[in-house]
Write a protein that binds this ligand. Sequence first.
Ligand code: ZN
Ligand code: ZN
Length: 273
Amino acid sequence: MYSSAIKAQKQVFANDELTITQLEDKMWVIETVDNTTMYIIEGDEKAMLIDTGTDCHNLQEVVKKITDKPLYVVITHIHVDHAGNIFDFEDIYFHQADEVLIDRLREPYKGRIHYVKDGDVFDLGNKEIEVKHMPGHTPGSIVLLDYQTGNCYSGDAFGSGQVWCQLWPFSSMHTYEKSCRTMHKLMNNGITKVYCGHYPHIKRAFDKSYIEDMSQLAAMIRKGTQPEPKPHPFIIPVIGAAKPMMSTYKTATIVYDPEHVKKGLKGEVSPGN
Ligand SMILES: [Zn+2]
Ligand SMILES: [Zn+2]
């Protein structure tokens, strides 16, 4: 067996829409030209595709260039830049709390939906991937944990430098802070690398210090004690808060809705732990 270092960072495929780079042994990142990200993890018997990007042609065929093992397609959360190509696949897995977002995709999904929940484990053959529910960015955001490598695949749960918590259907800052704390605990117990959902912006995995910064910033927003620089308006228009604000602490930035710091929408799902 070769070490992950030998095979690290080798681009193995490219077309007009995306590149595929091997980051570790049996782990690849797909980076699209619109800066979305997917990951492929391969076990001895099965493989997993994490997220599907916004709009790529023949994604299923592209993935087959890397692995022809039976594929679990797991979506970290139902946003168009992560679930945009679910239509290429007959079976998909995501957390039920994001069902409310599925109507916002470009067409109805006609395949089979399998809901995952906190603690579920996918067995890929000598490789187990565990689901952890991390609401905040969306109510059904999940991360996928590989204790064998210490890797966490986080989608947008903790952002890619900046996490968006200002989006409908709003979670409270308390909920997001709890997710940060849960993630922090995992990083004291076997998880060392967080591979985010927009890898092209970062080109590396986050370590524990990033999660610590996020955790502290979420607590400060909840208590209204943000440090300098003071929060300022966030101006990129997306569906969500009327007047979103953004706040930065060390390496972490959170965009949030001041109206939903204390209370998310009715039906908000708290993290299981
Ligand atoms: Zn998202
Ligand atoms: Zn995203």
